[in-house]
Ligand binder design. Structure first.
Ligand SMILES: Cc1ncc(COP(=O)(O)O)c(C=O)c1O
Length: 392
């Protein structure tokens, strides 16, 4: 199993904290936004006598609420098309294990959410990357690039829309291109939509569930973790109209017995969360996004494409080895008692050597902290470059 690039610098961060250095965490997608009160209240007023297992596919009452959520989006999903899981993470594991055999190949545009690697490796599946480029803001690679990689072992394509780590929001045209490819080659199309509500500047999120003719191909992942700032509730789900996929995934779901009980209590209350909650959350992230991009672009040599969704930016720094730099920031640098923690970019690629001068930045801090963190990053880059010159 590869180490998570998001977490592997944690020991250096812990050591820095032990030395008294405070750290601005831009490395992990843990929102700082309060979880909606109605969800917390639902847990506080839990009055069952036994904390029991639920149905392996998740509480029917919760799945009915998910159906209602999609109905409001004009998407016709049935309770039997849904398996509730311990976060989207478990849903991805179920899907990869259900749809691919060991030795099969999964094409994933890179940079990608690094855990897709771990989930695939644990199923014996080979991730085959198709590279998206910073120059195009990490848009979908050309159809020819996909076609070149497809062979008899290819069983699916996995995308994240909006993307973690790039913030790219796929257009309807791009999704239609993918639709053509998967139909032509009879592949699965796995789409991670956990950031589906997080689109900025009027960008429209097109769910792959709305594309006609893909019912047998599509598996969607979703989660309450980011949308309702409820990462610890561990509730997500997979959706597929392909009943063979669902019945195979149910074997995995039954083997692990049931999704989390308290989490489903919290998740069931989501439907009562007022629309204003998400509007405020989106405004907050949008403001942070603008500040982050503006401040980063002031730093000489930094390239920051505009992220259209999620809450990440994938950024090129004027250095050679971002992993070394990120570690140095934690081990050897502080600015007025503080430093920043970033996720090195190379861990989001599977092509060796790619992303070496890139980092992922999560804008999960308030605007003031974010400005301060970018100022520290700028000071760190300046000092690091001086040191490189001195040692050269
Ligand atoms: C793209 C993406 N998919 C899945 C997950 C996992 O989410 P969950 O907390 O629902 O397991 C994350 C978490 O960061 C993510 O960014």
């Amino acid at each position: 199993m590869p180490a998570s690039p998001i977490r592997k610098l944690v020991p250096f961060a812990e050591a820095a904290k032990a030395r008294g250095t405070s750290i601005y965490h831009l490395n992990i997608g843990q929102p700082d936004i309060n979880t909606p009160e109605v969800m917390l209240d639902a847990i506080r007023s839990y009055d069952e006598k036994v904390v029991a297992y639920s149905h392996s596919a998740g509480l029917l009452t919760y799945r009915q609420k998910i159906v209602k959520y999609y109905k409001a989006l004009n998407l016709d999903i049935g309770t039997d098309d849904i398996i509730v899981s311990a976060g989207a993470s478990e849903a991805i594991l179920f899907a990869v294990n259900s749809c691919l055999d060991a030795g099969d190949e999964l094409i994933v545009p890179e940079p990608f959410y690094a855990n897709y690697n771990g989930f695939s490796i644990s199923a014996g599946v080979k991730v085959v990357p198709v590279t998206a480029h910073i120059e195009t803001g990490f848009a979908l690679p050309a159809i020819e690039d996909f076609e070149l990689l497809i062979n008899e072992k290819t069983k699916g394509i996995m995308i994240c829309n909006p993307s973690n780590p790039t913030g790219y929001v796929y257009s309807r045209e791009e999704l239609e291109i993918l639709s053509q490819i998967v139909q032509k080659h009879d592949l699965f199309l796995f789409v991670d939509e956990v950031y589906r509500e997080f689109c900025y500047d009027g960008r429209e999120h097109v769910s792959v569930l709305s594309l006609p003719g893909l019912e047998e191909n599509v598996v969607v992942f979703d989660s309450i973790s980011k949308r309702y700032s409820a990462c610890g509730a561990r509730i997500g789900y997979m959706i597929s109209k392909n009943q063979e996929v669902i019945s195979t995934a149910m074997k995995f779901a039954q083997a692990r017995l049931s999704p989390p009980g308290f989490g489903q209590v919290a998740a069931s209350a989501c439907m009562e969360v007022p629309a204003s909650y998400l509007e405020n959350v989106l405004n907050e992230y949008d403001q942070r996004r603008r500040v982050l991009v503006e401040e980063l672009r002031k730093i000489p040599g930094v390239i920051c494409p505009e992220p259209g969704g999620a809450f990440y930016a994938f950024v090129q720094l004027p250095i050679e080895n971002a992993e070394h730099f990120c570690r140095w920031l934690l081990e050897d640098f502080s600015h007025e008692g503080s430093t920043v923690m970033l996720a090195p970019g190379s861990g989001f690629y599977s092509t060796p050597g790619s992303g070496r001068n890139q980092v992922r930045i999560a804008y999960v801090l308030n605007v003031d902290d974010l400005k301060r963190a970018v100022a520290i990053l700028a000071a760190g880059l300046e000092r690091y470059t001086e040191l490189q010159v001195e040692t050269a």
